[in-house]
Design a protein around this ligand. Structure first.
Ligand code: GYE
Length: 334
């Protein structure tokens, strides 16, 4: 099951053959910890993994947390230590320091923002504890501070959203607003950049852009502000489904019809977003696959077995229009 998901989500960067070979290192994985020294893995074959999660801001995050907790189980050879940073970098730094003090075998985290990680990652390196990034990237010139980064190409996601918008609406003089993700977060920076580059050269104009912090509540509040400030909004580009769902509430409260009077394009393709797409309230969604647990488990085992791992593993994403959402919904995993 985990193996199937892995081969499905990982691009050709890692060959299928090497991934299957990886399956060979199961129960005794981690008996040669990369950092050397006495660790829990050396003692009992169980991999102690400290994971610092961003928070619980969205449906995507809930699915991502579930994937990690369902995969890094005792049955699968892991002792998972999990903490929720509530979207605060200082909480993540504290959690990582505590994992270092506890002497875990491997640290994994999804960095809430891109910058400011070098010091704590140096501490992990000095302690000989390998670090794996999942979902979001760090902006550091020192690539030796982490073993691997598993996650989607956010610039591409923004481009896919922008290309669809350009295809559908170029020539109609559309005014667009943007609900950005958390300020300084890799997906907010990259999706904004990708979308902007894809609509460049069209007559679609971005008239306002603010952060809604990836949450439904803030998406709604920011959209209310946009509707008060502008009476000519044709389209909303939201960096995730939750903010788009918040925008739907604001649009309906203003007596307008989402998906018709104001078109909505989002990223993630989680259940609630896909349902709104199938219901005609959202017009297009670019997927961001949150099921990173199996990839993380395999990379952690490989790193601890002293094997080479890919520095960057790109997760493959699709996109859905309303008809495709209706078809995909019944068999959707998240
Ligand atoms: O799109 C959003 C979540 O980092 C890809 O974080 C992730 C983003 C996801 O809050 O819903």
């Amino acid at each position: 099951m985990a193996r199937t998901t892995l081969t499905r989500t990982v691009l050709a960067a890692v060959s299928a053959a090497s991934l299957f070979a990886l399956g060979a290192c199961s129960s005794d994985a981690g008996t040669e910890p990369a950092g050397g020294g006495e660790t829990a893995a050396a003692d009992d074959g169980v991999i102690t993994l400290g994971f610092s999660q961003v928070g619980a801001e969205s449906g995507w995050r809930a699915a991502n947390t579930k994937s990690i907790q369902d995969t890094l189980t005792a049955e699968n050879g892991f002792d998972l230590k999990f903490s929720d940073a509530q979207q605060k970098q200082e909480n993540q730094i504290q959690a990582i320091r505590s994992y270092i003090t506890q002497g875990v075998d491997v640290i994994a985290f999804s960095p809430v923002v891109e910058t400011g990680w070098d010091a704590v990652l140096q501490e992990a390196k000095a302690a000989g504890i390998p670090v794996i990034l999942t979902d979001r990237a760090v902006d550091s010139s020192d690539e030796t501070l982490y073993e691997s980064f598993i996650g989607s190409d956010f610039v591409k996601e923004g481009e896919m959203a922008g290309e669809w918008v350009a295809e559908q609406y170029d020539g109609e003089g559309y005014k667009a607003v943007e609900l950005q993700g958390t300020t300084g977060a890799a997906p907010a920076i990259d999706r904004k950049e990708g979308f902007a580059s894809a609509i460049e050269g069209t007559d679609i104009e971005l008239i306002d852009s603010q952060t809604g912090n990836f949450t439904r509540a803030e998406g709604k509040t920011v959209m209310e502000g946009f509707l008060n400030a502008h009476d000519d909004i044709d389209l909303v580009f939201a960096h995730n489904d939750d903010m788009g769902l918040g925008a739907i509430e604001a649009i309906e409260a203003a007596g307008l019809t989402p998906g018709e009077d104001i078109k909505i394009v989002t990223i993630d393709a989680v259940k609630d977003g896909m349902q709104a797409l199938a219901d005609g309230k959202i017009n297009y969604i670019v997927e961001c696959n949150p099921l990173l647990g199996p990839d993380l488990a395999d990379i952690a085992k490989k790193v601890l077995a002293g094997e080479e791992v890919e520095k960057r593993i790109v997760v493959k994403d699709e996109a859905f229009d309303q008809a495709a959402a209706k078809e995909a919904l019944p068999t959707r995993e998240y």
